[in-house]
Design a protein around this ligand. Structure first.
Ligand SMILES: [Zn+2]
Ligand SMILES: [Zn+2]
Length: 375
């Protein structure tokens, strides 16, 4: 039954006007605007950040008995949020390793990537693969990975649970682990070697190795928990669910708002896709703790293999300048300050249900298209 729906959508699309795209800068134009030293990777600096995040996590664990003794459940919940933030910082260090911006040595990137990601149960190599496709095809309707772009037809063909799951606030804690990485919705399981994410034997072997690294860390945590499932869940897995939540919020807010555009194959190109990324400042020092993955994401998207996290903020004004001629258009540099990041995320999950065509090959969230029409 899906075929007639798709044909109807395609016909609808053919009648739509084509958007005239202003001249966009090339990647080289943007690169030339950025100071040369921003592209320098320093293995020692990257390792320093890895150790720093381990130490902060260790500090949080050391402080936990005191926090629980004096502040009880409220203290424990605050501790979970802190673990989520610092766990995400550790994820960002491994994220650089996955992109090769950690150092110039692949073996060191792979080693430190696993050291950063396995303790937080993120399978390094499989995630590296799916995440790369998110960067190579940002805002491409079908090829972008990480967050599924939902069209009106997709939405209508969904079950009630699929339609409204993301609107339930609690879903945020589960979307990364277990839904995305273990169950494999929508890109395929990152733990199962024969999932649709993998095509080659090398991919599958890497999946097993990264999965075993995670299993080893989970087992060590179980031993440290005194072989108590309750303690393991309370002090290891639940903090990881908070880390997953923070990661989901970061990723979601970087690529969603009422006005961002998503492109079909004929309209998509790399620069056009990247300009739909949004830098968001979370405030309260969180951007610094999380290595500017929040407020330096546009720079990261343009040069994901080249600029390490500690140079993102320096590269950002240059990118802003390179996109300056596009001011007033959909392709301008986009940034926001969102101290209300958690509520913004919840609100968007209620509001941004599906994408609809605004022009030939160009989609936008329904609420955005409707707001433009009523202007
Ligand atoms: Zn992104
Ligand atoms: Zn990335």
């Amino acid at each position: 039954m899906t075929i007639p729906t798709k044909v109807t959508a395609a016909k609808k699309d053919q009648n739509l006007p084509k958007i005239e795209v202003p001249k966009l800068p090339s990647v080289t134009d943007v690169k030339n605007a950025i100071p040369e030293h921003c592209f320098e990777k320093n293995a020692l600096t990257s390792i320093r950040y890895l150790i720093q995040d381990y130490l902060i996590l260790a500090g949080l664990y050391l402080a936990l008995p005191t926090i629980e003794a004096h502040l009880g459940l409220l203290g424990l919940i605050a501790w979970y949020w802190a673990m989520g933030i610092v766990g995400s910082a550790l994820f960002v260090v491994g994220h650089d390793a996955g992109h090769g911006s950690f150092s110039d040595h692949e073996w060191l990137n792979d080693l430190c990537g696993h050291l950063a990601h396995a303790p937080i149960l993120a399978p390094f190599w499989p995630w590296q693969k799916s995440h790369r496709q998110h960067h190579q095809y940002t805002s491409h309707l079908t090829k972008d990975k990480g967050h599924p772009w939902v069209t009106e037809d997709d939405f209508n063909n969904r079950t009630v649970v699929e339609k409204y799951f993301s609107m339930i606030p609690l879903s945020g804690w589960l979307r990364w682990n277990p839904i995305y990485t273990v169950v494999g919705l929508p890109d395929g399981s990152h733990f199962w070697p024969w999932s649709k994410l993998f095509e080659t034997t090398e991919d599958r072997v890497k999946c097993v190795v990264s999965g075993l690294a995670c299993a080893f860390c989970a087992y060590v945590a179980f031993v440290i928990s005194g072989y108590s499932v309750w303690n393991w869940v309370k002090y290891y897995y639940v903090p990881l669910l908070f880390q997953g939540l923070i990661l989901v919020i970061i990723t979601y807010l970087q690529h969603q708002n009422e006005e961002i555009e998503v492109y079909e194959q004929d309209e998509w190109n790399f620069v056009r896709g990247q300009t739909q990324t949004i830098d968001r400042k979370w405030g309260f020092g969180l951007d610094t703790i999380m290595h500017n993955i929040t407020d330096g994401h546009v720079a990261h998207h343009f040069f994901f293999t080249r600029i390490p996290h500690y140079h993102l903020l320096e590269a950002t004004p240059a990118i802003k300048k390179a996109l300056e001629p596009l001011k007033g258009t959909q392709y301008r540099y986009k940034n926001e300050t969102n101290y209300d990041w958690f509520f913004k995320y919840l609100n968007y999950n209620l509001k941004l249900d599906y994408l609809t065509h605004k022009a030939k090959g160009v989609l936008q969230y329904r609420v955005g298209v409707e707001a433009n029409k009523s202007k």
